[in-house]
Write a protein that binds this ligand. Structure first.
Ligand SMILES: NC(=O)c1ccc[n+]([C@@H]2O[C@H](COP(=O)([O-])OP(=O)(O)OC[C@H]3O[C@@H](n4cnc5c(N)ncnc54)[C@H](O)[C@@H]3O)[C@@H](O)[C@H]2O)c1
Length: 271
C-alpha cells in the first residue's frame, strides 16, 4: 500500500546488489511512496548485481561509486543533484563488508589489512558520505540520512567477527556527525538495527541459518524482513519523524529487549 509519504522528495540509495538486498526493497518502497532517487553501488558490484533491472523498474539513474573514495562520492553527490533537479531529502547507506568474515579468519586472529579495509567500507564510508553531502550543502532542511546496522554493536555475537566493531563505529559516526548535521543543516541522522536477514552480506556470516532461526524464536514478533526494514526507512525519510535524530532504532521484532522466550526454553527443558 502506498501513502505518498515521499512525494516530491529526492535522494540517493546505496547498496542494492540483488532483489534480496535491503536497499533493493527500500528503493522499491521509496518509489511506491513517490520518492525519486539515484542508485549507486561499487563499480565491481554493478557487474555482479542486477541493479539495471531495479533502475528500470523505478525510473532511476545509476551512478557507480566506491563508498571509500571521496572523489567518487563528491561526483555522486554533484551528479545526483543535477539529475534529480535540486538538493536531496534522503540518503540510505546500506553497505557492509568484512574480508575477515568472508575468508573465515577468526576474530582472535584477524588480518589487520583486511580489518582496515572492512572498517573503511562498512563504517568510515558513512562518514565520507556525510562529509561529501555536508560540504556540498547537498541536503535540504529536514532531510534524513539512514544507515543500517546490527545489534552485534552492543551484544556479543561471536561469528559476526570484526563487523561487530565496524557497526559500533558506524553507530557512533551517526551520532557524532548527526549532531553537526542537525545543528547546521536541520538534517536527521539515524541508524536502523535490523534483524538477521537473508541477503548476500547476511549469509556470509558463519552459521547464519542457526542464527536467523534463533532470532526468530527469541523475538515476540519474529524477525523483521527486508521489506519491514524498507518500510521503517520510509517512515524515517518522511516528514512524520522530523525530530527523530541521533538514534539507533531497533527493527527486530523485539529481539533486543528479550532475555529468553518460551520457544527457546523448550529446547532446554527435559520432560
Ligand atoms: N543481512 C543482515 O542480516 C543484516 C542485518 C543487520 C544489518 N545489515 C546491514 O544492512 C546493510 C545492507 O546489507 P544487505 O544485508 O542488504 O546485504 P547486501 O550484500 O545485499 O548489501 C551490501 C552492499 O554493500 C555494497 N558494497 C560493498 N562494498 C562497497 C563499496 N566499497 N562501495 C559501495 N558499496 C559497497 C555491496 O555491493 C552490496 O550492495 C549492511 O550495512 C548490513 O551490514 C544486514
Amino acid at each position: 500500500m502506498s501513502y505518498n509519504l515521499l512525494k516530491g522528495k529526492r535522494g540517493i540509495i546505496f547498496g542494492a546488489l540483488d532483489a534480496n538486498s535491503i536497499a533493493w526493497k527500500t528503493a522499491e518502497r521509496v518509489h511506491e511512496e513517490g520518492g525519486a532517487f539515484v542508485l549507486t553501488n561499487a563499480p565491481i558490484a554493478m557487474r555482479m548485481g542486477q541493479i539495471n533491472e531495479l533502475a528500470e523498474k523505478t525510473g532511476s539513474q545509476i551512478i557507480p561509486a566506491d563508498a571509500t573514495s571521496e572523489e567518487d562520492l563528491q561526483n555522486l553527490v554533484e551528479k545526483s543533484m543535477e539529475i534529480l533537479g535540486g538538493k536531496l531529502d534522503f540518503v540510505l547507506h546500506s553497505i557492509g563488508m568484512s574480508i575477515n568474515v568472508r575468508k573465515g579468519k577468526h576474530y582472535t586472529d584477524q588480518n589487520y589489512d583486511w580489518t582496515q579495509k572492512g572498517t573503511d567500507v562498512s563504517a568510515m564510508s558513512f562518514h565520507k558520505v556525510m562529509k561529501s553531502l555536508y560540504h556540498a550543502d547537498a541536503m535540504n532542511e529536514w532531510g534524513s540520512i539512514v544507515a543500517l546496522t546490527y545489534m552485534a554493536a552492543q551484544r556479543v555475537f561471536p561469528d559476526y567477527n570484526d563487523m561487530a566493531d565496524n557497526k559500533a563505529y558506524l553507530e557512533s559516526i551517526a551520532r557524532s556527525f548527526g549532531y553537526f548535521f542537525g545543528r547546521d543543516k536541520k538534517v536527521r541522522v539515524n541508524t536502523i538495527s535490523q534483524s538477521p536477514t537473508p541477503t548476500t552480506a547476511g549469509q556470509g556470516v558463519k552459521g547464519f541459518d542457526g542464527f536467523i532461526a534463533y532470532a526468530e524464536k527469541m523475538s515476540p514478533l519474529g524477525n523483521a524482513t527486508a521489506l519491514d526494514c524498507a518500510n521503517y526507512t520510509v517512515t524515517l525519510f518522511s516528514d512524520l519523524t522530523k525530530r527523530v535524530t541521533l538514534q539507533n532504532l531497533y527493527n527486530d521484532g523485539g529481539f533486543s529487549n528479550m532475555g529468553v522466550s518460551d520457544a527457546v526454553m523448550e529446547h532446554f527443558i527435559s520432560e
